[in-house]
Write a protein of this length. Structure first.
Length: 224
């Protein structure tokens, strides 16, 4: 039996890019299997995504990427998908890599595949390069698996992981939490190469606040 895949797109004020993104994803995944989580956007993200043919779930207020992902995870479990692919709404992730993700899966796939960028100073801003290398090293130690791009949100996740791992984080730190907990549960964390793209739009990552959240998360792992 063929596996079923859901694409989830956490989106906040993504009206300028969401239609193009859905159109490109639809070359690989039917639009009915694309879910946009509108995380309290103040622009036309909801209406534009709906017009493009995707399923749209809305948070009435902005809750953060972690909560948006959890809304998508819940939908995937309720609809009995085998796996989901998370992709950012700002076109930072090339939808054409979806074919590579699907090719990497197999009948017994039940882990996580991370779309891994070329972590190089020529392709990535210095602050991102430093934080990504540091967090990837720490998460590799804590998860017991080799992780090269811990900050990549372009991931294929088996719903078997979601059934076994309880997630508590609400912001960007959820992406770190799931790697540590999945690795400790014995799920394999693999990677595929993806293009390094920085569109130049506004980033919703706050280096100081989100680093503090990461440190707090790592402290909590001592009691997991």
């Amino acid at each position: 039996m063929d596996k079923t895949f859901l694409v989830i797109i956490p989106a906040y004020n993504a009206g300028l890019t969401i239609s193009e993104l859905i159109e490109k994803i639809s070359e690989f995944i039917d639009a009915s299997d694309i879910v946009v989580i509108d995380d309290g956007s103040k622009d036309e993200t909801f209406a534009i995504a709906q017009k493009a043919g995707a399923v749209v779930l809305k948070h009435e207020r902005n809750k953060g990427k972690g909560e948006a992902l959890k809304t998508g995870f819940k939908y995937a479990l309720e609809k009995n998908y085998d796996a989901l692919l998370s992709i950012d709404a700002d076109l930072q992730h090339d939808p054409f890599s979806i074919a590579d993700f699907l090719k990497k899966t197999s009948e017994n796939f039940n882990g996580i595949i991370i779309g891994t960028r070329d972590i190089h100073l020529k392709k990535m801003p210095l602050a991102r390069w430093l934080s990504n290398n540091l967090t990837s090293m720490i998460l590799s130690i804590l998860s017991g698996q080799t992780i090269r791009d811990s900050q990549s949100g372009y991931r294929l996740i088996s719903t078997q992981v979601l059934k076994k791992v309880k997630l508590k984080a609400k912001k960007y730190d959820l992406e770190s939490e799931i790697l540590v907990k999945a690795g400790r549960k014995g799920f394999k964390i693999e990677k595929i190469p993806i293009e390094t793209i920085y569109p130049g739009g506004k980033s919703f990552i706050n280096p100081f606040v989100d680093t503090a959240r990461f440190i707090k998360l790592m402290w909590r792992t001592l009691w997991w």
